[in-house]
Design a protein around this ligand. Structure first.
Ligand code: NAP
Length: 553
């Protein structure tokens, strides 16, 4: 079997000693429309990055036949899912939340063991995943998300009669989801992508992330149980394990796949986008591929509170060992004593940050290699590094803060590329024009941050006007890490931050990735979908003859 060089494949496994107490429940099987398909072929294991031990059971790459079986089952279940009463789909999401919680501490312990993420973090992330299930359940129960629009006929309109026209958002069909390595719950098997696709009425086939296969299996079993409980077809969900490109590519190219959700590297996301575009029937790939998230610390803010901003900045850089796509990788400030003070505060905090285990050895090695390249560049200084020694056996990464000037940043593309991990570059600019030039030169970003005073916002207004064209989310006096899951959240940005800047992968608006508008002209009331009938049975907000209303039409 052809394999691309995988970051994970580089993991030096020491010994297979770790016995997971809940081994009984894990078999390593692919879960295909309620059927367990035993692993065979090339085996791999989850690995505990904190002690380099393998975790049982063994997993294996799904085959193309298994991918085909999952996609055909998804296509077969599509009508049942999309035509099921809204209450049934909402009950499915509630049941998934319940089944996740029913896994109890065993789920948290497995995720902790497979990712190195602290128990407090995985506990918080589980709450977010469960909250997302409930949020989408209430979104579809309320119904306004479907954006129903009704324009009544005007038979005697001159010079021509106006027809009765109505439109509503409808699910697109089977969706393939690639779980992220850095959010095993909230952007994993039961993460936003999966949950909002099911909410919309789209069956889901997940390609689990090979760095935490046991966590994926536990969550996949939770979804299977929830489907059984709610009486929906098992084909609404499948989980396939696998490393390397073959299984993912087979899913993206499968004729039944209608869209793809992905969170990960630019290289991976771009490969999937290209494969989807080359299909005879191209499909959208909604890829969220990371960012350098520049931070502009303006003079008023530096004068007022350099030390506080520096502390919060280091907190953001090192949160989750820097393994966030919203990590503030570049900070820009105007040359002067206040910027010097900021650097001195930031470096003082950075040295105190204890090294921590990264998700897997591949990511850790990529981090060390990326920051080592930075150190070879003329004009960049390693201003601070975690004082405590790194334990390489525990896949640990040290916090590294660099300083440089804008000229050097502009001359070296490597410095403007994401290095995934707890590092960042503080950059000295000479003038506002310098900052503007940099902002104008950057590629699409998920976010940018401005730290300033009200007067700074007036003096630096052109900066905001430039950043609006470059980013998906602008943050004032805060940091982008720690994303709120809410209706107004936008987590996406112009390419290469994401593949479609119009869409978000977090928050309730993420549901629109899996839907398309369908327009009905001249249909009698009884033949229309529920959301478009005269009686507004859910009391949803609809646009009737140009006016937003919850009334009957
Ligand atoms: P990744 O390498 O992009 O992989 C993500 C998923 O996509 C995995 O299941 C991977 O399978 C699959 N995949 C990748 N390339 C593929 C291809 N050409 N064809 C088919 N499937 C493919 O991301 P990762 O493993 O999470 O971490 C690696 C790097 O991604 C990090 O160092 C970081 O730079 C970036 N990252 C970004 C984010 C973000 O939020 N945007 C999150 C996590 C990581 P295999 O692993 O089996 O190849």
């Amino acid at each position: 079997m052809r394999r691309r060089h995988s970051l994970l494949a580089a993991y030096p496994v020491l010994e297979e000693t770790f016995q997971f107490p809940q081994l009984m429940t894990l078999t390593g099987s692919h879960l295909i429309a309620g059927r367990e398909s035993a692993p065979h072929g090339h085996f791999y294991h989850g690995v505990n990055p904190a002690n380099s031990t393998q975790l049982k059971p063994a997993y294996a790459d799904a085959t193309k036949d298994e991918a085909d079986e999952a996609m055909c089952a998804a296509e077969g279940a599509f009508d049942a899912l999309r035509l099921a009463p809204v209450e049934t789909r909402a009950a499915l999401l509630d049941a998934i939340a319940d089944e996740i919680m029913a896994l109890g501490d065993a789920l948290l312990e497995r995720a902790h063991a497979e990712t190195g993420l602290p128990m407090a973090r995985v506990t918080g992330e589980r709450a977010r995943a469960v909250g997302q299930c409930k949020l989408f359940a209430s979104l579809i129960r309320e119904g306004s998300w479907a954006d129903a629009r009704i324009d009544h006929a005007i038979a005697d309109r001159q010079p021509l009669p106006k027809p009765d026209v109505r439109r509503v958002m409808m699910p697109i069909g089977p969706v393939v989801v690639f779980g992220a390595s850095n959010f095993p719950f909230a952007i994993g098997v039961v993460g936003t992508d999966t949950v909002c696709a099911l909410a919309a009425g789209c069956p889901v086939v997940v390609k689990g992330h090979p760095a935490h296969p046991g966590t994926c299996e536990m969550l996949g079993r939770a979804v299977m149980k929830a489907l059984q409980k709610t009486g929906l077809p098992a084909g609404c969900f499948s989980l396939l394990h696998g490393r390397g490109t073959e299984i993912g590519m087979a899913l993206v190219k499968h004729p039944h796949t209608q869209a793809v959700g992905f969170t990960g590297s630019l290289r991976g996301g771009r490969a999937l986008m290209d494969a989807a575009a080359e299909r005879s029937h191209p499909i959208p790939v909604y890829a969220e591929m990371g960012s350098i998230n520049p931070v502009f610390v303006l003079p008023g803010a530096l004068k007022e509170r350099a030390s506080k901003i520096a502390e919060a900045y280091i907190g953001s850089v090192t949160m989750g060992v820097g393994q966030f796509c919203t990590n503030p990788a570049i900070v820009l400030g105007l040359k002067g004593t206040e910027l010097k003070q900021f650097v001195s505060n930031a470096t003082a905090h950075a040295t105190k940050v204890a090294p921590q285990s990264m998700l897997h050895r591949g990511i850790c090695e990529a981090y060390d290699a990326g920051t080592a390249v930075w150190q070879t560049i003329d004009g960049i200084d390693l201003a601070a590094e975690s004082e405590m020694r790194v334990n390489h056996e525990a896949t640990q990464a040290a916090c590294r803060i660099f300083t440089t000037t804008l000229d050097v940043l502009e001359a070296n593309e490597e410095l403007r590329r994401e290095v995934f991990g707890p590092c960042s570059v503080i950059t000295e600019c000479s003038t506002l024009e310098d900052m503007l030039r940099f902002a104008n030169s950057i590629e699409g970003q998920l976010s940018a941050m401005i730290h300033g005073t009200d007067q700074d916002l007036i003096d630096f207004a052109p900066l905001i006007r430039v950043l609006e064209k470059k980013v998906g989310r602008l943050i004032f006096n805060g940091f982008a890490t720690g994303i709120e899951v809410c209706p107004s959240m936008h987590h996406g940005g112009p390419y290469p931050a994401s593949s479609h800047s119009h869409f978000t992968s977090i928050g309730t608006a993420s549901i629109y990735r899996w839907t398309r508008p369908v327009c009905y002209q001249g249909f009698p009331d009884a033949a229309l979908p529920e959301a478009l009938r005269g009686k507004n049975s859910r009391g949803s907000m609809r646009t009737v003859d140009g006016t937003l209303t919850r009334d009957d039409a």
